[in-house]
Design a protein around this ligand. Structure first.
Ligand SMILES: [Zn+2]
Length: 71
């Protein structure tokens, strides 16, 4: 007669670096959808980005659908 034991060890830990990366992605996405008025693209385009607001126009309908104030 043999006895067999099964030991299952589960670790439910999420690495802190994964949480940090996801929080940064969430923050950038949240800002881009909800508040951007040309600030993100102004890093590349300069002052011209505030007039064009490409990212704002691209996320405009999503912004209104999610209830962010816009205009
Ligand atoms: Zn609007």
């Amino acid at each position: 007669m043999t006895n067999t034991f099964q030991l299952t060890k589960s670790t439910d830990k999420v690495s802190k670096i994964a949480v940090a990366v996801l929080l940064v992605i969430f923050g950038v996405g949240f800002f881009a959808v909800g508040f951007d008025q040309g600030q993100i693209f102004s890093l590349v385009q300069g002052q011209q980005a505030y007039g064009q607001m490409y990212l704002h126009e691209m996320t405009h309908d999503m912004r209104h659908a999610s209830g962010f104030p816009c205009h």
